[in-house]
Write a protein that binds this ligand. Structure first.
Ligand code: SIN
Length: 278
């Protein structure tokens, strides 16, 4: 197994391992160690049927449901992230950690590439723990007691369900109300496995801080969003069919780059490990 860092703050590319048939427990321990060290792992040249994806995901945690998109036939926890040639809206095209509006968001997301554009359609990742470490001590103190109110309603975007329904190829439950998904989480969370602190706030989901108005909260949310996605905290995964990327939602954000109009991109996505952020 060959593990190579992708950038300074986070991310590694892994070759020389076939996850579908991997049973060597020592290799799985190495993968878990790498997951904690790098937060984002891009496994190249995989051949994963849905059952394999479920098994690999099970190595990281129990499967989680995604509220707004229907799973594929026989696998309710896996759904396809698709953008077809004629479409212009993509899924995940803003910085976020996955489903922070749930009380127990998933610790990891697995995204497996089936069909990818010839160029474009990369995913950017940012280390929210590197971003936390770079804050001044006074700012860290200010954030220590803050609770973020996270909502799926995307006040400024007209609702997540509505946004999803614009992505024609995806099976969206258009009857569900985004507003019902709201959860309070600490703005600074501590990774249960590494003990590292990380920012847990986003422009996409955090609507305000608890006991503060939106007007009071917005400037700090904006600052933190800009800060945590500074170039030195990021890495970029370029997809090819057969790439599986697994990321740690507890200490990263990601952004699906929408720069491939006219080309098909089709991925399978699974989230695992529901966990209360602390
Ligand atoms: C997501 O936000 O879960 C999807 C990311 C991607 O398609 O690159």
């Amino acid at each position: 197994m060959d593990i190579r860092p992708l950038a300074g703050a986070l991310g590694a590319e892994i070759r020389g391992v076939a996850l579908a048939t991997l049973e060597d427990e020592r290799a799985w321990r190495d993968i878990h160690r790498a997951f904690l060290d790098f937060s984002v792992l891009a496994f190249r040249d995989q051949a994963l049927e849905p059952a394999d994806l479920m098994r690999v995901g099970g190595r990281f945690g129990e499967p989680c449901s995604y509220p707004f998109v229907t799973g594929i036939e026989g696998y309710p926890y896996i759904f396809e992230v698709v953008k077809e040639e004629q479409e212009t809206t993509n899924f995940g095209g803003s910085w976020h950690s996955d489903t922070t509006y749930l009380r127990e968001p998933p610790l990891a997301t697995l995204l497996y590439a089936l069909e990818t554009p010839a160029h474009g359609g990369d995913t950017l990742f940012a280390s929210t723990s590197a971003a936390y470490d770079a804050l001044s001590s006074a700012m860290r103190e200010l954030l220590a007691g803050l609770i973020g109110v996270n909502s799926a309603a995307l006040k400024y975007g007209g609702g997540r369900a509505k946004m999803h329904s614009q992505i024609g190829a995806m099976k969206v439950h258009d009857t569900e109300s985004a507003e019902q998904y709201e959860a309070e989480h600490p703005v600074v969370r501590t990774h249960p496995d590494t003990g590292r602190k990380a920012l847990y706030v986003s422009r996409s989901h955090t609507i305000h801080f608890k006991d503060m108005t939106e007007a009071e909260s917005r400037p700090l949310i904006e600052f933190l969003q800009e800060h945590q996605t500074r170039p030195e905290f990021t890495c970029r995964v370029r997809w090819t069919p057969g790439t599986l990327t697994v990321w740690d939602n507890r200490c990263t954000q990601h952004f699906a780059v929408n720069d491939y109009h006219g080309q098909l991109r089709r991925m399978r996505r699974l989230t695992v490990g529901a966990q209360v952020p602390r």
